[in-house]
Design a protein around this ligand. Structure first.
Ligand code: PLP
Ligand code: ZN
Length: 448
C-alpha cells in the first residue's frame, strides 16, 4: 500500500505511535490524546493539482465509496482500509449557500452557510462516525474481539453511532443524559436498534461512565476522544474550500462543545496547506453557549490555564459540555489560526437562529450560537463587512422543533423578539379576511 496512517500522541515530548488497529484512545506512555498522523511524504509525491482533480472527479459521484464527501478523500483519511469494510451512507457533499438576505440584515456581503445537518442522521457527526465504524468493521474482520461500540452523547453522536452501526450490523450502546436531549434525538438510536441507557446525570457524567465501561476492550469507545472521528470531520473544511474552487474563506465560524470539531476543521486546513493545495489559512472562530463556555473563559486568560466548569442548562443542548475532552487540540488550533472564541446568551442564540429562519434558514440552536457570534464580532469590528465568512451549521433544525415551538410560543424565560405565533380563528371567511388585513398591515410596518 502506497499511503500510510497511524495514531500518534499529541504531546510533543512523547510522540509515541500506535497502529490504527490498536484498541486505544489515549497514549499509554503519557495519557495525552492521540491524533491520526499520515505519511505526508508519500502523499506529497502526488502534486496539489492532481489531488484537486482526483477529489473533484469523485465528488458526489456514484462510484462507491468515493462519492461520499469523506471517502472521496480516502487517501487522506484511512488509506489502508479495505473498501469492503467501509460503512458509508453517502455523507458529506452538503449544501453551501450564500446567505444573502441574512447577511444584508446584519451588515455583511459575503456570508455563506455550510449545512452539515443535511446529512443522513441530521448532524455533522456523520462525517466522523463513518470513519470510526468503518475502522471497527475492519478490526472485527481481522479478528478483534469487539462486541459493541459505545458512546456518551448530547444527542447527535448517539444518533450517528446508532445508524452507522445498524448499517454495518454491529451492536451500538448509547449513554444519554436523561431529559437533556430532544425527542427527535432520542428516537433515532431507539429506532436504529441501539441499547439506549438513559442516565440521571449530564453529558460529563455519561462520559465518565462510558470511559470506565470501555476499559473492557470488547466494548469500543466512539466518543471524539477517539481520534478516528476527527479524521472524517476534518473533511468539512476541505470540502468548503473545494466548493469555493479551492479559494480559502477569510473566516470560518463553528459552534464548539467537546471541541473535537474545531480541531478537525484545523487539521483538514493544515493538511491542504502542507500538501500545497492552499497557501493561506482562514481565521477560525469558536462559538460557545454562555452557559457552557469553558473555552471562552480560558481564551479571556490567553489560554494560560483551562478549567472545566459545570455546564448550565442551555437550549444549545448538543454543546452543553463543561469538561471538553479535546480542549488541548482546540487551543492549539485557535493559536495556529489566529482564532477567536465568542460566547452567546440564551436570548442571543435564540434570536439569531430565529432571525436567520425569517430569511429562509432553518437553524438548530447551535447554529444560532454561531450566528450570534458573527453578529457580535461584526458589531465589535473584529470581522469586516467585506470579509468572506462561512458559518458551519452543525445540525438540522427539525431535530430541535421543541426549541422552535417554545420560542415562537414565547414560552422561554426571555423576550423572543422574532416569535411568530399562529393566529387562532373560527373557520369563517369574514374572520379570516379581517385577521389577514390586520396582520399584513402589521408586517408591512415591521418589515419596513
Ligand atoms: C457535537 C455538536 C457540536 C459540537 O461539536 P464538538 O466537536 O463537540 O465541539 C455542535 N453542534 C452540534 C449540533 C453537535 O451535535
Ligand atoms: Zn504520549
Amino acid at each position: 500500500m502506497q499511503y500510510r496512517a497511524w495514531f500518534q500522541c499529541i504531546n510533543e515530548q512523547c510522540r509515541e505511535q500506535y497502529p490504527l488497529n490498536t484498541i486505544i484512545y489515549r497514549c499509554k506512555a503519557c495519557d495525552s490524546l492521540l491524533e491520526v498522523q499520515h505519511d505526508m511524504e508519500a502523499l506529497g509525491r502526488r502534486d496539489a493539482k492532481a489531488w484537486m482533480k482526483l477529489f473533484e472527479d469523485r465528488y458526489k459521484s456514484t462510484q462507491w465509496p468515493y462519492g461520499s464527501g469523506v471517502w472521496g478523500k480516502k487517501e487522506w483519511i484511512l488509506p489502508q482500509i479495505a473498501d469492503d469494510n467501509i460503512v458509508s451512507l453517502y455523507e458529506g457533499g452538503t449544501n453551501l449557500f450564500w446567505a444573502e438576505r441574512f447577511g444584508k440584515m446584519i451588515g455583511i456581503d459575503n456570508l455563506w452557510l455550510k449545512l452539515c445537518g443535511n446529512s443522513h442522521s441530521g448532524s455533522f457527526k456523520d462525517l466522523g462516525m463513518t470513519v470510526l465504524v468503518s475502522q471497527v468493521k475492519q478490526m472485527i474482520s481481522e479478528g478483534a474481539p469487539i462486541k459493541a461500540v459505545a458512546c456518551a452523547s448530547t444527542g447527535d453522536t448517539s444518533a450517528a453511532l446508532a445508524v452507522y452501526c445498524a448499517a454495518a450490523g454491529i451492536q451500538s450502546i448509547v449513554l444519554l443524559p436523561k431529559g437533556k436531549i430532544s425527542i427527535a434525538q432520542l428516537v433515532q438510536p431507539i429506532a436504529n436498534g441501539a441499547l439506549v441507557l438513559s442516565l440521571d446525570t449530564d453529558f460529563d457524567g455519561c462520559m465518565r461512565v462510558v470511559r470506565e465501561i470501555t476499559k473492557d476492550e470488547t466494548i469500543y469507545l466512539a466518543n471524539s476522544m477517539n481520534s478516528l472521528r476527527i479524521e472524517g470531520q476534518k473533511t468539512v473544511g476541505i470540502e468548503i474550500v473545494q466548493q469555493f474552487d479551492w479559494v480559502v474563506p477569510d473566516v470560518i465560524i463553528i459552534p464548539g462543545g467537546n471541541l473535537g470539531n474545531v480541531s478537525a476543521l484545523g487539521s483538514g486546513m493544515l493538511m491542504m496547506r502542507d500538501l500545497g493545495l492552499i497557501t493561506k489559512l482562514p481565521r477560525i472562530v469558536v462559538a460557545q453557549a454562555e452557559r457552557a463556555n469553558p473555552l471562552y473563559r480560558s481564551y479571556l486568560k490567553n489560554f494560560e490555564s483551562f478549567e472545566p466548569i459545570e455546564a448550565q442548562k442551555t437550549l444549545a443542548s448538543a454543546i452543553q459540555i463543561g469538561n471538553p475532552v479535546s480542549f488541548e487540540k482546540a487551543i492549539r488550533t485557535i493559536r495556529q489560526f489566529n482564532g477567536i472564541v465568542v460566547d452567546a446568551t440564551e436570548q442571543e442564540l435564540s434570536d439569531a437562529a430565529a432571525l436567520g429562519d425569517t430569511t429562509g434558514m432553518f437553524n438548530c440552536p447551535h447554529t444560532g450560537v454561531a450566528l450570534a457570534a458573527l453578529i457580535k464580532l461584526l458589531k465589535a469590528g473584529k470581522i469586516d463587512k467585506a470579509e468572506h465568512v462561512v458559518v458551519i451549521s452543525t445540525a438540522h433544525g427539525l431535530k430541535f422543533t421543541d426549541f422552535k415551538v417554545n420560542y415562537h410560543e414565547g414560552a422561554l424565560d426571555f423576550p423572543c423578539n422574532y416569535s411568530n405565533k399562529p393566529i387562532e380563528l373560527p373557520a369563517r371567511v369574514d374572520a379570516v379576511k379581517e385577521a389577514l388585513e390586520q396582520a399584513l398591515e402589521k408586517r408591512r410596518t415591521t418589515n419596513g
